[in-house]
Design a protein around this ligand. Structure first.
Ligand code: GLU
Length: 495
């Protein structure tokens, strides 16, 4: 670290939509950095865009952060010593800073109308020039300016840029190293708009200073704002925070991540049944890696390993296949008891759910699918036969039945043997099937496949004996009898 200030970082979303995956990744990097350095993570809502802000988006952003386990030490709901944490409630602070700059001659009122500025830009771009403010109001007589302000004429407040021609504005970026931007690209930027609201760049600098932010960690789409903010810090005579710009998130085709590549809101991943631990793990690796190249990390491991020196300087690819794989690893590691409540929202819509099953049986059932789910919502399509007898049978499965000699006789014997079982356990069912396979000199598969088809209607699924045990003796016998009576495998078979 370049300074020994206590680590204080902020996540500063604008409530103009649900929590975006890119913003969530920025929040995670800030949170991990704060927790790693035993610093403070604060949340500031940048709600000065009156037209696009919605309170419900603030709520949904907070919910998204909570879902990911990103707790904030200061901010909305948590409070804190440097609040309020909503920019819309900090208007006085911005007005004071703007006054100070004007009194010191570092900022000035600009009375140019929107039409004039528009015409100026139009002319400049037609002449192939870079569009920039022409300084029309820069040297207005202060008395005249004061008179026009007092008379109620609308005005903006602009920063009086104090740079030499060609002067480079430079900083050592915590993620990207040295960055220099030619100040010729900048102009007297607007600090306060004519409606009295501060611009983004002005409000951020004023707040980051007042909130004693040590490190500004944000997406690299903000790099072009940083020199402007540095000049505002200079004009205010303030020490700079450290800046760290994290790489953009790209789709697998290396273009900027968009809806084309997959869902872009965190809530959509939540709704599809991604586990927050898995999603956090996945996002943490978008632009950061651990020295040993591992992929799976608990939250605690991430906190202990994370730092900005291992943030990569080029784009991070959002690879959906990897996310699914990662989610699957987290699901696999859960017990049936922990999996069941998580699957609950995806089981509720299954017709007949929860049937007559006990809580233990339902947990056992969820456990059967531990290794078979990429996302929790997959379970909806996998379990219907537990709650309703099969309405039909898989076509391929029926064709396969023809490979089992004397299937009718076999099913009759199976039904009788199962019926005679005193205890309908996994082991007991299995020994019936294995014994019959031996007696008939058949591979066990020749019995297992048609039996699975008879009880579930499907060719896929968890281990047959475990699933039959959960279904119970009564349902298994009823289904096998119906299968035998219908003999569906004979339909369409060569005579
Ligand atoms: N409100 C800004 C955004 O959502 C924050 C940028 C910053 O961190 O400075 O992009």
């Amino acid at each position: 670290m370049t300074s020994d200030r206590p680590v204080r970082v902020r996540f500063a979303p604008s409530p103009t939509g649900n929590l975006h995956v890119g913003s969530a990744r920025t929040a995670i990097f800030n949170w991990l950095y704060a927790r790693h350095h035993r610093g403070t993570f604060l949340l500031r809502i940048e709600d000065t865009d009156q037209e696009r802000n919605r309170p419900e988006f603030t709520r949904s952003i907070l919910d998204g952060l909570r879902w990911l386990g990103m707790d904030w030490d200061e901010g909305p709901e948590a409070g804190g010593p440097v609040g309020p944490y909503f920019q819309s409630q900090r208007m006085n602070t911005y007005a004071e800073a703007a006054d100070l700059l004007q009194r010191r001659g570092r900022a000035y009122p600009c009375f140019c109308s929107a039409e004039r500025l528009e015409a100026m830009r139009e002319q400049q771009s037609q002449a192939g020039l870079q569009t920039r403010y022409d300084g029309c109001c820069r040297n207005l007589d202060p008395e005249e300016a004061a008179r026009r302000m007092a008379s109620g004429e609308p005005y903006l407040v602009r920063l009086r840029l104090a740079v030499e021609p060609g002067e480079m504005i430079s900083w050592t970026d915590a993620c990207k190293g040295e960055i220099s931007i030619n100040s010729d690209l900048l102009d007297d930027l607007v600090l306060v708009k004519s409606d009295g609201f501060p611009t983004y760049n002005f409000a951020v600098v004023v707040d980051d200073f007042h909130m004693r932010i040590s490190d500004v960690i944000r997406g690299e789409d903000h790099i072009s704002n940083t020199p402007k903010q540095i000049l505002i810090y200079r004009a205010l005579g303030l020490e700079l925070p450290r800046f760290g710009h994290i790489p953009m998130i790209l789709g697998t085709d290396r273009s900027k991540m968009s809806k084309r590549h997959g869902a872009t809101s965190v809530i959509e991943y939540q709704n599809q049944g991604y586990l927050p631990e898995a999603f956090l793990n996945f996002l943490a690796l978008l632009g950061w890696s651990s020295p040993d190249d591992r992929e799976l990390f608990s939250r605690e491991e991430l906190v202990s390993l994370f730092d900005l020196d291992r943030v990569s300087s080029h784009g991070a690819i959002f690879d959906m296949a990897k996310l699914k794989w990662m989610n699957q690893q987290y699901i696999k590691a859960l017990s049936g008891e922990s999996l069941l409540p998580l699957c609950r929202p995806f089981l509720d819509p299954v017709p007949g759910f929860p049937g007559e099953y006990s809580a233990e049986e339902l947990a056992e059932m969820a456990g059967l699918f531990r290794e078979r789910l990429e996302v929790l919502s997959d379970i909806t399509q996998k379990v219907p036969y537990f709650f309703a007898d099969p309405a039909g049978y898989d076509e391929k499965g029926l064709k396969n039945c023809l490979k089992t000699p004397d299937l009718e006789g076999l099913l009759q014997e199976l039904i009788a043997s199962l019926e005679a079982l005193p205890e309908f356990s996994h082991e007991a069912i299995e020994s019936v099937v294995r014994r019959m396979a031996e007696d008939r000199r058949l591979g066990a598969g020749k019995i297992i496949h048609p039996t699975r088809l008879g009880v579930s209607g499907r060719t896929d699924g968890p281990g047959l004996f475990e699933l039959m045990k959960i279904l119970g003796k009564e349902a298994c016998l009823r289904r096998l009898r119906a299968f035998l009576a219908a003999r569906p495998w004979t339909a369409g078979a060569p005579a």
